[in-house]
Design a protein around this ligand. Structure first.
Ligand SMILES: [Fe+2]
Ligand SMILES: [Fe+2]
Length: 399
């Protein structure tokens, strides 16, 4: 399978199929070979050739998130750690599904401990973060898409896991150091720990809350802060996320009504991830929105989020997030299977339905960035309009 990429995206192990540009301008007498040395990459990048075609069947593919692009939107001055090798979606989904099950049990224990008046088991929390970190650093799309599919009754625990994964993916995209990425993960995992002190009937109430109930629910950031403050190993940044993740940049949030940069960067990241997961998950009182609609709605809420960080978040999740049903120019329907770091408009799509004949097809993955595939996305589709149920079966499964 051939893919055109910028020379700035070259990494060791990629198989060069051809150079884009006159052969006189490229620095090698041959054009088909695998990159085995850093010197070869430098030679290409120093030449006038700006793009190459790689064969991803014979060598490495591009990582889903490219650090050189991320640096343009990165706010911190820290430099990123070396990238963990990219793991293909097919493989990473299997690991993500296992992490999902294990972290659910561990989070349940953490919340149960707090309910019984014990302290937070920070070591267990850190080991969950370590597991999630491995998955997010290899291919963040897998876990952040899997945790969105949580059931109503596991929302409290898995919401924490989702925010952990999303915050780490954001931190990675923004070029944070390894330790800062883990701190972001721990902040996400513990941000709602104060909910352990809110009665379960209220957390899972299937209807609107009374004024009194609303007040009680809004006490969870301060409750969480009190719980975490007792732990010497929880950093000030994590305490801040716990206390302020419901603040809004226009000052209309709670508990302190902080405005703009009075809210820390990590807390602003938490706020975006928190709302995205809350509105895309099925809850006791409403069904979750599909991710594409959620991003569209969030983009219209003025004064809620930091706009620069929100744009970074959209780039992370994609215009057509994983799991979105899309229609292609060739009248085929498929679900988005994996993002493409080079172009948000050209993800990998698992095609399984012919819109012309209303017939199911043998599922097949189309990599829309492959130059041999001329198809493209027309737009998202509502599965209900096509009588398609359970689109998850086409992507959220162990291989
Ligand atoms: Fe919260
Ligand atoms: Fe939350």
């Amino acid at each position: 399978m051939l893919k055109k990429i910028k020379t700035s995206s070259l990494v060791l192990g990629m198989h060069i199929h051809a150079f884009c540009g006159p052969w006189l301008h490229h620095p090698f007498w041959r054009s088909k070979f695998t990159l085995k040395g850093q010197k070869d990459i430098q030679k290409i990048q120093q030449s006038s050739i700006k793009e190459v075609i790689i064969n991803i069947q014979k060598g490495c593919d591009v990582a889903p998130l490219k650090k050189t692009q991320q640096a343009k939107i990165a706010l911190p001055t820290t430099s990123a750690e070396p990238t963990q090798p990219y793991i293909p979606m097919e493989q990473e989904l299997s690991r993500a599904i296992t992490i999902y099950a294990e972290s659910k049990q561990a989070m349940q224990c953490i919340f149960d401990d707090v309910r019984m008046g014990k302290t937070v088991d920070v070591n267990t929390a850190k080991s969950i973060v370590d597991d999630i970190s491995k998955s997010v650093m290899s291919n963040s799309g897998a876990l952040i898409s899997i945790v969105r599919l949580k059931n109503v009754d596991e929302y409290t625990y898995m919401h924490s896991v989702a925010i952990c994964a999303l915050m780490m993916a954001m931190a990675k995209t923004l070029g944070f150091q390894k330790e800062q990425i883990k701190e972001a993960g721990l902040a996400g995992l513990l941000h709602d720990v104060g909910k352990a002190n809110i009665p379960a009937v209220l957390l899972n109430k299937p209807g609107p809350l009374t004024e009194e109930e609303h007040k009680l629910m809004k006490s969870h950031p301060k409750e969480g802060y009190k719980i975490l403050k007792q732990q010497y190993s929880v950093s000030a940044a994590i305490l801040d996320v716990c206390l302020h993740h419901h603040e809004k940049v226009d000052g209309s949030g709670y508990p302190s009504g902080l405005i703009g940069n009075q809210i820390s960067q990590l807390t602003k990241i938490a706020s975006i991830c928190d709302v995205y997961d809350a509105i895309t998950s099925d809850r006791a009182y409403k069904e979750g929105w599909n991710p594409a609609d959620a991003l569209k709605q969030m983009s219209q809420w003025t004064g809620h989020f930091d706009q620069v960080l929100f744009q970074t978040f959209v780039k992370l999740i994609g215009i057509y997030p994983i799991g979105t049903l899309v229609k292609l120019k060739t009248e085929k329907l498929g679900v988005v299977y994996e993002q493409n770091s080079q172009s948000l408009l050209k993800p990998r799509v698992k095609v399984f339905f012919c819109a012309k004949t209303h017939r199911y097809l043998n599922p097949e993955i189309y990599d829309l960035s492959d130059i041999s595939i001329t198809d493209s996305i027309l737009g998202p589709e509502d599965p209900e309009n096509w009588g398609i149920s359970n689109t998850e079966q086409y992507w959220a499964v162990k291989q």
